[in-house]
Design a protein around this ligand. Structure first.
Ligand SMILES: Nc1nc2c(c(=O)[nH]1)N[C@H]1C(S)=C(S)[C@@H](COP(=O)(O)OP(=O)(O)OC[C@H]3O[C@@H](n4cnc5c(=O)[nH]c(N)nc54)[C@H](O)[C@@H]3O)O[C@H]1N2
Ligand SMILES: Nc1nc2c(c(=O)[nH]1)N[C@H]1C(S)=C(S)[C@@H](COP(=O)(O)OP(=O)(O)OC[C@H]3O[C@@H](n4cnc5c(=O)[nH]c(N)nc54)[C@H](O)[C@@H]3O)O[C@H]1N2
Ligand code: SF4
Ligand SMILES: [Mo]
Length: 697
């Protein structure tokens, strides 16, 4: 055994980028502790950080290429595997067309620097327009709002929570999730600090969440009615002459069109739809406008719903018309060391959006990707452009996409499927070939994406801590080698380190942030709080900010027509839930994370449970248009009446990954409906799914 060594690195599991201090020797991790001096996370970690080591030593981890022969996976060599992959991809394309090979990229890629740098070349080499990712199960409404209002999908407003006086949180549970499109580790402490300086945090959620418990106030809302609420607040602010466009005033267009468009969106109407009293809505609007600084933050609950596009637009409008955009304490824009927006600038370019529409049901394409909701129909529906083969990289759509079992059935009909993954799970078990990936501790760490969304500018780099399993190339190299096989190149491109060094010279902190300075820093480098900068960075062709893009105004009639009528067959509304000790669908094999009672329960309000004769912990059948599941009830007044919640990420049917849980759990996406979609952005509407409940036995 070698002498213990210490490495500072940021955690790659969720978006929070917590600073870690890891003690290790040549073969194993000895301890994982929070870095108290990290300028962003300030000593915060969650239980998942310690599990980082488990993903490396997981006995079920795939470490050799697996090829399916007569229905059984057999180990094969790397050269043979890459050769086979390239040959099958090209064979399917020769038999059909280039678009016959679909690509699905999952969430872990966003945290894997080498993948992010190399996947675009792989996708280009495959040459397909059938591209999908978890982004349309998650966040595309944010990008769509930024594209239409600010001109660039990655110019994302981030709440300046550390200086705000009033924060309105709509459909986010950052005390559990640690923030999303808002990297904000230790959110509970950050809320305490807002309150300690005399500010307020108000939470709007159909569930009284862990975040709501720490906030100054919480209001239940009927799922999918948030656009009514936010637009009614805008209505009040306009009506009472509380508008203040601040320093961006001479760059903002569309105020008159906005005024006209939202006339019908009154607080009385919003009260009807949301279930929040009219006086409360009016008070929230005036409090927001009168606060020294304020910020509205609308997330998952407001984006993965039928009005996701309108919600993200409305949230931006609230911040802009109250002078809380690009100013301290409001919604601000980061200046990261790796300037992704600058690298991909659209300044002066006229483009039309959506870029395309999908073949079968005409859903919009943004950022070069079709909505994951249409992936099944694109596999099932014959004709030119039909998906006949699929490549997944770090994704598990059978458990994470709406109506995932429809995707699962469609996978069975493919001519070829391959996955780059570390697990055999409900998605990858359908592959003809699995190439093993490498885990975080075997790779360099630099976060390209989440520095762009962080509430404070920092930069951190760490080299790989361990070698990959014997014979396994680093994952970026697997991707690069497959690309080379497809293009016929006899060499792979530069290493992630080489690319990073180059990109940092073009960023906002080129003088201060290089790989050597980050390595000698012993933890994250502090680059300070966010600073106003939007005036020079607007990416619309004319460099102006549009308050009232047509794409949103044109969707208002659909909102106004939506009725709160109850569906007789499915009278309850289902929403999702995130949990502290799991991450999406892939951490359920870590014994230290899954230990304890079964957390895959349906939460039901006591009044509803009473009416249905459902006892706590008894089995309940939950059914919707696409499927039905049975799981234990958890009766709790944290749920709004009429709304039930099931956690996401469970329900692995393949025995292997559920070994650690011992109990059979269910997947919420056996119930979510691929036909429920936000037509503006194409995002899946996971929330507000109509369901029926019945006691079992
Ligand atoms: N109903 C409902 N559905 C949801 C959500 C919800 O709130 N409600 N949330 C949505 C959101 S926000 C997201 S981001 C998506 C996520 O959707 P996905 O990205 O499809 O799913 P993950 O669970 O993140 O699956 C990650 C996959 O990557 C593999 N993996 C993990 N680490 C590595 C690695 O280092 N290398 C490789 N090659 N593979 C790795 C895992 O084994 C797993 O197969 O789910 C969405 N689905
Ligand atoms: N522990 C843990 N942390 C995670 C993850 C994880 O799986 N586990 N996943 C990571 C990922 S990929 C992401 S994208 C982020 C997401 O992070 P968040 O955006 O914080 O997501 P959730 O925790 O799902 O919170 C969504 C909230 O919306 C509420 N909600 C549902 N429907 C509605 C509605 O119609 N209106 C309103 N107002 N609220 C509604 C839900 O009750 C829930 O409290 O979390 C990340 N962090
Ligand atoms: S909050 Fe997220 S980044 Fe921080 S330790 Fe937990 S999983 Fe890692
Ligand atoms: Mo996500």
């Amino acid at each position: 055994m070698t002498q213990p060594q210490i490495q500072h690195r940021t955690c790659n599991i969720c978006e929070a980028m917590c600073g870690l201090i890891i003690t290790h020797d040549d073969t194993q991790v000895l301890s994982i502790k929070p870095d108290p001096d990290d300028p962003l996370s300030r000593g915060h970690i969650c239980p998942k950080a310690v599990a980082l080591q488990d993903f490396r030593t997981d006995p079920d981890r795939i470490t050799k290429p697996l090829r399916k022969v007569n229905g059984e996976f057999v180990e094969i060599g790397w050269d043979e595997a890459l050769e086979y992959a390239a040959e099958r991809i090209r064979a399917v394309q020769s038999a059909h067309d280039r678009d016959a090979v679909g690509v699905y990229l999952g969430n872990p890629n966003a945290h894997k620097f080498g993948n992010l740098l190399n996947l675009p070349s792989l996708v280009k080499a495959i040459g397909t327009s059938n591209r999908y990712s978890s982004a349309t199960a998650d966040q595309i409404p944010h990008h769509v709002a930024s594209i239409h209002m600010l001109g660039h999908p990655m110019l994302i407003p981030v709440p300046d929570i550390d200086r705000t006086d009033y924060m309105l949180i709509i459909g986010g549970n950052p005390v559990v999730s640690n923030g999303s499109m808002m990297t904000a580790p230790g959110f509970g402490r950050r809320i305490e600090e807002v309150k300690a300086r005399g500010g307020q945090v108000v939470v709007i959620d159909p569930r009284r969440t862990e975040t709501a418990d720490k906030a100054s106030a919480h209001h239940f809302i009927r799922p999918e009615t948030d656009a009514f609420l936010m637009l009614a607040m805008v209505h009040v602010i306009l009506d009472r002459g509380l508008v203040d466009l601040g320093h961006l005033a001479d760059r903002i267009d569309g105020l008159d069109a906005l005024k006209e468009a939202i006339k019908p969106l009154t607080p009385a109407l919003a009260a009807d739809h949301t279930g929040i009293a009219q006086e409360v809505i009016e008070q929230m609007a005036t409090d927001f406008a009168n606060a020294k600084s304020a910020v509205c933050y609308a997330r998952m609950g407001a984006s993965t719903q039928s009005f996701g596009g309108l919600c993200q637009w409305a949230s931006n409008v609230l911040n802009i018309i109250t002078g809380n955009f690009d100013v301290e304490g409001g919604a601000m824009f980061t200046t990261p060391a790796l300037d992704y927006v600058g690298m991909t600038s659209r300044k002066g370019k006229h483009r039309t959006y959506p870029e395309r529409r999908s073949r079968v049901s005409g859903q919009p394409l943004y950022n070069g990707e079709f909505p994951v909701s249409v992936m099944a129909e694109e596999m099932e529906t014959p004709g030119p452009g039909q998906i006949k083969a699929l490549v997944t990289v770090a994704g598990n759509p059978v458990l994470t996409a709406p109506n995932g079992r429809r995707i699962e059935a469609a996978l069975e009909g493919l001519d070829f499927m391959m996955s780059i993954d570390i697990h055999l799970n409900d998605t990858t078990r359908h592959a003809d070939l699995i190439l093993p990936g490498t885990v975080a501790l075997e790779e360099v760490m630099y976060d390209i994406v989440f520095h762009t969304f962080a509430v404070r500018n920092t930069a951190a780099y760490a080299p790989a801590m361990f070698a990959p399993p014997e014979g396994n190339p680093q994952e970026w190299e697997v991707i690069a080698r497959l690309t080379a096989k497809l293009t016929g190149a006899n060499q792979i491109g530069p290493s992630p380190d080489q690319v990073l060094s180059m990109l940092l010279t073009q960023g906002f902190h080129a003088d201060q942030v290089t790989i050597p300075t980050m390595q000698s820093a012993q933890g994250s480098i502090d680059l300070g709080p966010m600073v106003p900068n939007l005036a020079d960075r607007l990416e619309t062709p004319e460099g102006r900010l549009d308050l009232a893009p047509d794409v949103f105004l044109d969707d208002l009639p659909r909102l106004l027509d939506s009725t709160a009528l109850e569906d007789e067959d499915f009278p309850y509304l289902m929403i999702g839930r995130r949990q502290v000790r799991s991450h999406n669908s892939w951490t359920q094999n870590s014994p230290r994370l899954v230990k304890g009672r079964n957390r895959c329960t349906v939460q039901i309000n006591p009044v509803d449970a009473d009416r249905l004769g459902i006892a706590d912990e008894s089995e309940v059948q939950v059914s919707g248009r696409v499927g039905s599941v049975t799981l234990p009830a958890e009766i709790t007044d944290t749920m709004a009446p009429g709304v039930v919640s099931i956690p996401q990420g469970w329900g692995q049917r393949n025995g292997q990954l559920s070994a650690a849980t011992k109990v059979q759990t269910v997947s919420i996406n056996d119930l979510t409906d691929d036909q429920r979609i936000d037509p503006i952005s194409g995002n899946a509407a996971f929330n507000g799914v109509p369901v029926a409940l019945a006691a079992v036995g």
